[in-house]
Design a protein around this ligand. Structure first.
Ligand code: NAP
Ligand code: GDD
Length: 363
């Protein structure tokens, strides 16, 4: 039987890497897209037009669209990656977050059941280390109690439990990957890592003066997204449906990430002050290039995520340290140094073209 994957969230960071991974394995890949007033498909632009890659309009908040699409595509595997995935935004849009991140999971499960595919279609749910939230133990593994600490995490907790419920009630092959933070050069620009690497590149090239951040002490277990999508697939190839923690097992603070990113951008930082008054100073110039702003503090923040990937290592044969923290930061900074330089050239060319057109009109 041909492997047919349906990916929700195909335009996102993980969706784009997973599409590449599955296409390379010979899958037919179908992805869900939403209509937008601007072009937002840059992460998958290079895949459009490939014979095995298909895009369909649907929405996680629209049951009918999901039922119809699942019936049409007849997937053998569904990867449910679609979500309002920004924790801070979930405080501003909690109802939307719950609709997409919680009830959306139920809609996918019901779309599979409505089309009588529950014994032939496996489902991967993009669960998250945010479930551990106000953590009750470190490091966190599959048996650590959950304590969600944001509207996003509470919505994702529903997704986790409804997957487990359908697995037990209807004998479906559906599993959650409890993924710790994973980043890349395709990471959304408002997540802290990408915000830092882009700012470091801009500051190094004289395009920005200062980067404003929130909690610098927050600890994360950061991996490389490209390595993590393999795990999503491995979880569905396992002989029985189970949930897995996917993490590197190594923790760093936001401050450490920033120090390294600026170093790779050619700026040595020294830190002075504490809390809201803390500053990152460029040692070479004495200028403040990183400052703290209360705008980026959250009503409740998750500050100590540290995953234990032993089960994934032993049962899936996955290597959690394929890309080290240092390599990850280096990849992201190198990409953003090039991007900032290219944006500058494109900007100069736009100005030159504008001047030329104005000059021609005035002749
Ligand atoms: P991302 O870059 O923010 O991508 C989210 C995707 O969801 C986008 O394709 C987005 O489409 C889509 N989406 C949002 N609302 C939708 C809706 N109503 N209907 C259909 N599609 C919708 O997220 P990511 O980093 O790739 O993460 C993928 C998944 O893993 C998410 O569920 C996230 O919560 C979870 N997760 C991520 C991490 C991490 O560190 N990256 C860790 C643990 C879990 P548009 O492009 O149209 O907005
Ligand atoms: N975004 C952001 N912006 N975060 C900041 C900033 C800032 O300026 N300054 C400090 N932080 C801190 C946040 O308070 C948080 O403790 C940490 O940096 C990481 O924030 P994000 O990069 O926004 O990611 P996240 O951990 O909240 O959520 C991501 O990872 C989850 C897995 O643990 C998202 O990808 C979620 O979708 C995912 O589930």
């Amino acid at each position: 039987m041909k492997n047919v994957a349906l990916i929700t969230g195909v335009t996102g960071q993980d969706g784009s890497y997973l599409s590449e991974f599955l296409l390379a394995k010979g899958y037919d890949v179908h992805g869900i897209i939403r209509r937008s007033s601007v072009d937002y498909r840059e992460r998958i632009a290079h895949l459009e037009g490939k014979p095995n890659f298909h895009l369909h309009y649907a929405d996680m908040s629209d049951s009918m669209s999901l039922v119809k699409l699942v019936g049409q595509v007849q997937p053998t595997e569904i990867y449910n990656l679609a979500a309002q995935s920004h924790v801070q935004v979930s405080f501003d849009a909690p109802e939307f977050t719950a609709d997409v991140d919680a009830v959306g999971v139920l809609r996918i499960l019901e779309a599979v059941r409505t089309n009588h595919l529950e014994q032939t279609c496996k489902i991967y749910q993009a669960s998250t280390s945010e479930l551990y939230g106000k953590v009750e133990e470190v490091p966190q593994n599959e048996n650590t109690p959950f304590h969600p600490y944001s509207p996003y995490a509470v919505a994702k907790l529903y997704g986790f439990w409804i997957i487990k419920e359908y697995r037990e009630a209807y004998n479906m092959f559906c599993c959650s990957g409890i993924l710790f933070n994973h980043e890349s050069e395709r990471r959304g620009e408002t997540f802290v890592t990408r915000k830092i690497t882009l700012a470091a590149a801009r500051i190094a090239q004289g395009k920005q003066d200062c980067l404003y951040l929130g909690n610098l002490d927050s600890l994360r277990d950061w991996g490389y997204a490209k390595d993590y999508v393999e795990c999503m697939w491995l979880i569905l190839q396992h002989d029985k449906p189970e949930d897995f923690v996917i993490a590197t097992g190594v923790q760093h603070t936001v401050r450490e990430f920033a120090t390294l990113a600026f170093k790779y951008a050619g700026i040595e930082l020294k830190w002075e002050g504490e809390g809201i008054d803390e500053k990152g100073i460029n040692v070479a110039t004495g200028k403040v290039v990183v400052a703290v702003s209360p705008d980026f503090y959250r009503p409740t923040d998750v500050v100590n995520l540290w995953g234990d990937p032993t089960k994934a290592k032993n049962e899936l044969g996955w290597n959690p340290q394929t890309t080290s923290f240092e390599e990850l930061v280096k990849i992201m900074v190198a990409h953003d140094m090039q991007k900032v330089a290219a944006d500058h050239v494109a900007g100069v060319m736009r100005i030159n073209l504008q001047e030329y057109l104005e000059h021609r009109e005035n002749r």
